[in-house]
Design a protein around this ligand. Structure first.
Ligand SMILES: [Zn+2]
Length: 336
């Protein structure tokens, strides 16, 4: 499980290129990215990018050249593949984009963009995760407002002082409109987790969230919140925290609460997050938890493997995976 033998790869550009080459065509047939023809052959190399193999499509109508990076997330980047490998590694060690910029020597906007592209690529593993068996659930509220840049770039003009919401938040449940959206964690006793950001904690929202995250007919253990008690389609049991009951034999939600104790310091790294990006951060944390048996480099390898798939890369660039995570509008349209 040691990381050091992997790190050694990073000091040599040609080893990195060979590594990316191996990852790009592993389990994927060598084919032209434009016409999907398998009739291709090597076509020299680039003098400014040693180790990057170039190919040419032998199809008469096509005759285009391409290389290991064509169509992938790394395509067209001015930075070397070494930067990308290290960036993905740092992301799995839960670095913020600013920290990454400093460690890699790239601009903050570059690392921010990379972070989101790579998070999207990681989410391709988490899109249709559904839990079964015995599942624990718990909810949490997190302050998330409008952090971020203006759409036209540069600093956002607020026209007011910072609100200091952490200091004056109201007790009780939060709401998306009050800049305090809810999060629901579903933790299977078999190990897998699903974390969702939701607009509120009404019966309808929780039912919708449960249907997405947990297979019907599963056994569900929660606390005594009324939204859980109204859930349909599950064998449900709950502990009553108000009566100081935290475990009754097998019935408890300690794993879900433990997950939140890990999630809170993870989110703190980003120093306040926007409610629009919250599902993305939660989704990536979910990826890290579901692949927690791997070390950071092995996790990074999974992400790079997805990022080198042109089908994933084109969706990751537009942020499509994060948008899909906000599944069926758990966060946005609970008004109806
Ligand atoms: Zn072709």
């Amino acid at each position: 499980m040691a990381v050091l033998p992997y790190i050694h790869h990073l000091f040599n550009l040609e080893t990195c290129q060979a590594y990316i080459h191996r990852l790009r065509w592993k389990d994927r047939p060598l084919q032209c990215p434009r016409c999907q023809s398998h009739h291709v052959g090597p076509w020299g190399a680039y003098h400014y990018q040693p180790g990057l193999q170039r190919y040419r499509c032998k199809e008469k109508a096509c005759k285009r050249t391409f290389n290991d990076l064509t169509g992938t997330l790394l395509d067209g980047s001015k930075r070397s593949v070494m930067h990308w490998i290290l960036a993905t590694f740092l992301l799995c060690l839960s670095c913020s984009s600013r920290r990454m910029a400093r460690e890699l020597g790239v601009h903050g906007r570059t690392s921010y963009r990379w972070c989101w592209w790579l998070r999207n690529a990681a989410l391709s593993y988490e899109m249709h995760r559904q839990l079964e068996g015995t599942v624990e659930a718990d909810d949490l509220y997190h302050t998330a407002g409008h952090k971020g840049q203006a759409t036209h770039g540069g600093k956002k003009v607020l026209g007011r002082r910072a609100r200091g919401r952490r200091k004056k938040r109201e007790p009780g449940r939060g709401h998306y409109d009050k800049d305090r959206p809810a999060m629901i964690a579903w933790v299977s006793r078999q190990g897998a987790v699903v974390i969702q950001a939701t607009r509120d904690f009404t019966v309808q929202t929780v039912q919708k969230a449960a249907d997405l995250a947990v297979q019907a007919g599963s056994r569900l253990y929660t606390d005594s919140a009324s939204s859980y008690r109204a859930l349909k389609g599950y064998a449900h049991d709950f502990v009553n925290h108000t009566k100081k009951e935290y475990a009754r034999g097998d019935v408890h939600e300690n794993r879900a609460e433990c997950l939140f104790s890990l999630l809170k310091p993870y989110l703190r790294i980003f120093r306040g997050i926007s409610k629009t990006t919250l599902p993305g951060y939660l989704g990536f944390f979910q990826f890290l938890r579901n692949f927690r048996q791997l070390n950071a480099f092995e996790q990074a390898e999974r992400i790079l493997y997805a990022a080198l798939d042109p089908a994933v890369a084109s969706r990751a660039r537009t942020g499509d995976f994060v948008r899909c995570l906000d599944h069926c509008g758990l966060l946005q349209t609970a008004r109806n």
